[in-house]
Design a protein around this ligand. Structure first.
Ligand code: HEM
Length: 474
């Protein structure tokens, strides 16, 4: 029997009312010391103000009105937002033990509850050691040839086409992530794994309703299948290890499997899927912004191209020469390109903020942050403060000729949960830009400019471009 709409609306209102009342049961102990700010409507809080507009405008406006530490209420949660380098450091580094990572339960279920992002304490420290071991420079330098092969393949597949930059960069970032996780083996499972991952991704931001036919349901099924596939890969690796008595320690799966404090197959699967998730859209968004900023700043593009051509020449790579051949030392001779990456990550600040939750009542600068409240360090506000970066809206890579002030630049986060994949991300961007700038030209198609959030900040429509090879440079 269909439920009458009025009854449905009343039940929803009743649900919100009950949640509101139950939340109110535990008032913050010393309301007068809460940071300044507004909490909006009961339960709904200021969610609409945040999402009806560019969220960055919401954060900037609040900071202008209330200062660097302010309270608000979004998505059913009371929050304190912090936008000074000192406050972000307090939350992420010096008092990190008082603030735990927090995600909606549906996201935890989908990625895998034992994945690194959701953890603290000993288990987190153990996972971090294993992840860092696979992504430290000594490990990833062995992957350069593989990364380069992927970059060359993706670029040549784009040649002469109108492309959605973000979609193509996602293909690149996914292939690099899979290479760094599984190495070159197990290719037979990788195609199926990718197909399942695409379904998971589609359902990730959907309503968490696990009913047949919904995107969420399909995603949860795909997640289960991903678990099976990873288990299959683990078992085939165990077999080949037994046969050959050799173990390639250069990838993440090997790092997890070689651990003395063994991880279960489920723990490995949760963390592998989590790393794919962390590695893909982030790197693809940054690359998309770089292509936009370079296209809009011809003199900067020229400087990058000259730097990359110099490397190509110095390696004897002239007309008709074979592809590839970058090595770790080459990637350390790219200061102009590195500054473009740094400045892109500052201006675009693709992760505008992160979430934590206070595990007890915490006092900061005379303000109370009550236990259970969400705490959001606002990376983008820090990156766009004129005190930290003069003329902050201007894309000016030369500002990184000098190091930024301490704790003012955090594109990869800070403290115990800071990004362990940052070296790999930088490496894959450099390799891609080397081949792009020395062999291709591109132009932005359409005149629409703007930002979309999905959830990372992205040029509108994923930045449609036309890309063509510079045949004379090959
Ligand atoms: C340019 C690309 C990337 C950006 C901007 C980025 C940014 C970040 C940030 C800001 C955090 C910290 C989040 C927090 O404190 O809540 C983080 C965590 C993480 N990132 Fe990245 N990331 C990128 C690429 C990658 C790649 C390529 C990998 C793996 C290969 C990776 C793996 C991870 C993991 C596993 C964590 C969780 C660490 C933990 O909880 O201890 N990321 N990333």
């Amino acid at each position: 029997m269909a439920i009458p709409p009025v009854l449905l609306i009343l039940s929803v209102l009743l649900f919100f009312l009950l949640r509101y009342i139950t939340q109110k049961k535990r008032p913050p102990p010393a309301t007068k010391h809460l940071p300044p700010g507004s909490m909006g409507w009961p339960y709904i809080g200021e969610t609409f103000q945040l999402y009806s507009n560019n969220p960055n405008n919401f954060f900037a406006e609040k900071q202008r009105k209330y200062g660097a530490v302010f309270k608000t209420h979004i998505l059913g949660c009371p929050c304190v937002m912090v936008s000074s380098p000192e406050a972000a450091r307090f939350v992420l580094v010096t008092k990190a033990n008082l603030f735990k990572p927090t995600f909606p339960a549906s996201k935890e279920r989908m990625l895998g509850p034992q994945a690194i992002f959701f953890q603290g304490g000993d288990y987190h420290a153990r996972l971090r050691r294993l992840v860092l071991r696979a992504f430290m420079p000594e490990a990833i330098r062995r992957k350069i040839a593989g990364v380069e092969e992927i970059a060359v393949r993706v670029l040549s597949s784009c040649d002469g086409r109108f492309i959605n930059t973000f979609q193509e960069m996602k293909t690149y970032a996914l292939n690099v992530a899979l290479l760094s996780i599984f190495g070159k083996e197990e290719q037979s499972c990788i195609e199926e794994l990718k197909q399942c991952y695409y379904i998971l991704e589609k359902g990730y931001n959907s309503m968490p309703m696990n009913l047949p036919g919904t995107l969420f349901h399909k995603a949860m099924k795909a997640r289960k299948q991903l678990g099976f596939l990873v288990a299959k890969i683990i078992s085939s690796r165990r077999d080949s290890e037994a046969k050959t008595d050799q173990f390639d320690a250069g990838d993440l799966l090997a790092s997890f499997m070689e651990s003395k404090e063994a991880l279960s197959d489920d723990q490995i699967a949760d963390n592998i899927i989590g790393v794919i998730f962390a590695a893909r859209d982030t790197t693809a968004s940054v690359l998309t912004w770089i292509l936009k900023y370079l296209a809009e700043n011809p003199s900067i593009l020229q400087a990058v191209t000259e730097e990359q051509e110099e490397i190509r020449r110095s390696k004897g790579k002239i007309e008709g020469d074979e592809e590839g051949g970058l090595n770790w030392a080459d990637t350390k001779r790219m200061p102009v390109t590195c500054r473009v990456i740094q400045e892109t990550m500052r201006v675009a600040s693709i992760l505008s903020f992160t979430f934590r939750e206070a595990v007890e009542d915490v006092e900061y600068e005379g303000y109370l942050i009550p236990k259970g409240w969400k705490v959001l360090p606002l990376f983008r506000n820090i990156h766009h403060s004129p005190e930290n970066f003069p003329d902050p809206a201007k894309f000016d890579p030369s500002r990184f000729e000098k190091s930024p002030k301490p704790n003012t630049y955090m594109p990869f986060g800070n403290g115990t949960h800071a990004c362990p994949g940052n070296e790999l991300a930088k490496l894959e961007i450099l390799v891609f830009l080397h081949h792009l700038t020395t062999k291709y030209k591109w132009s932005i198609s359409g005149s629409k400019s703007g930002i979309q959030f999905g959830p990372f900040a992205l040029p509108l429509d994923g930045l449609p471009i036309k890309i063509d090879s510079l045949a004379e440079k090959n």
